[in-house]
Ligand binder design. Structure first.
Ligand code: ZN
Length: 391
């Protein structure tokens, strides 16, 4: 009875439906998003079926490396054209699949897109996906409690994507725009242990799932979730002091941009040139001190967000929006702190806190205040609210 009342209350509070929620224990990873060709190999037994109808197409004991392309009227597998828009490739129990030379766990879906390019989606168990993510996201020599905290953040982030991308063809892409994913090939013992030790742990704010953003180095203070969309949840309010990431090689950095560099970069960008660059300055900052608006002054004044400014010069050149601009006669010196957007958990900070004896739970509570550890099973047994972002 109590459960029924709780459900009704939750339903009254917002659009929540248990039945419509996707299975949180698997994830769809786009490993190739617009390739003209993909190389596929299966070590061991496999079966292939039509992705739409499920109709069996082929099977074999082993699939030698084969080039797959979109062909007229279907998918071209080596020399053979299959009259389908997409296939599912399922490895046998002991078998595994290589895509462009990288070993993956789980099964594969190869879909021909309208523009004739290929979308390749790896359907993989969530815990296996995380093994391929954590080893790329954190050095395996970091203290165990830091790796465990990052594993929980990465798991929660992945589940959040799963719950908000259900209408799309995939949940996450295997690149740094979501979480870096190296598949089976990238797995390491220490990061595997951190995933196993936290299996099924996520963090929630009450009964609300939110995107547990994390980043390399905050550079002194974390940022509000508003920087990543409108995420008005308590754990993402940011402005958390973090001096723990000072050991990071990216804690402070400096770049010199000549006026010609600025001009050239703008010409290559979607913003276009502004004529001779006369000035460049931060005109608005977020409460955590990050550049929210940067004006570049020439024949016209171009105002960019911190993210747009980074995109113009490259995310590895301007590593974070926590920066000041010092004008010189013929150049600008950009003095910055940190690497990444600064929202949520600071990975280098987590590593230092773990060295000082903090547990994974304490580290998570520090960077996501108000969030609590929860078992992923709650997502299938209780109504869960999902924090929505977007402009
Ligand atoms: Zn930090």
């Amino acid at each position: 009875m109590r459960r029924v009342v709780a459900c009704l209350l939750a339903l009254a509070a917002g659009p929540v439906s248990v039945a419509a929620q996707p299975n949180p224990e698997s994830i769809r990873v786009a490993v190739v998003r617009d390739g003209p060709e993909v190389l596929v190999e299966v070590h061991g037994r496999w079966t292939m079926s039509d992705a739409q109808s499920g109709q069996p197409l082929q099977e074999g004991r082993r699939l030698r490396q084969t080039a797959v392309r979109a062909g007229d009227g279907g998918l071209r597998f080596g020399d053979e054209v299959l009259p389908v828009a997409g296939v599912r490739l399922e490895p046998g129990r002991e078998a595994s699949i290589d895509v462009n030379g990288s070993r993956l766990r789980g099964r594969l879906e190869i879909v021909r897109q309208d523009d004739g390019r290929l979308l390749v989606i790896n359907h993989v168990a969530l815990e296996d996906y995380l093994r391929g993510v954590l080893s790329k996201e954190a050095p395996d020599y970091w203290p165990e409690e830091a790796l465990k905290a990052i594993a929980v953040a990465a798991r929660t982030y992945a589940v959040y994507q799963r719950f908000t991308k259900e209408q799309q063809a995939y949940d996450v892409s295997g690149d740094v725009m979501s979480q870096d994913y190296g598949g089976h090939a990238a797995e390491k013992d220490a990061t595997d242990r951190a995933v196993a030790a936290t299996a099924g742990w996520i963090v929630l704010e009450g009964s609300r799932l939110f995107p547990t953003f994390y980043h390399s180095t905050c550079g002194g203070r974390t940022e509000h979730g508003l920087a990543m969309g409108t995420f008005e949840v308590r754990p993402l309010r940011g402005n958390i002091e973090c001096t723990f990431c000072q050991a990071s090689p990216f804690f402070s950095w400096q770049r010199r941009l000549t006026r010609a560099d600025v001009n050239w970069a703008l010409r290559q960008s979607r913003f276009g040139p502004v004529g001779p660059v006369r000035g460049m300055r931060v005109v608005k900052r977020t409460p955590s001190g990050r550049a929210e608006q940067i004006a570049i002054i020439g024949d016209r004044t171009l105002t960019l967000s911190g993210y747009e400014f980074r995109s113009v010069f490259g995310f590895e050149t301007i590593r974070s929006p926590l920066l000041t601009i010092v004008p010189l006669a013929d150049a600008f010196v950009v003095q910055g702190h940190g690497w990444g957007h600064g929202v949520g958990l600071c990975q280098w900070g987590a590593a230092e806190l773990a060295r000082r004896g903090w547990t994974a739970a304490q580290i998570l509570a520090y960077y996501y205040p108000g969030a609590t550890l929860a078992d992923i099973a709650r997502l299938t047994t209780e109504p869960i609210d999902v924090a929505r972002g977007g402009p």
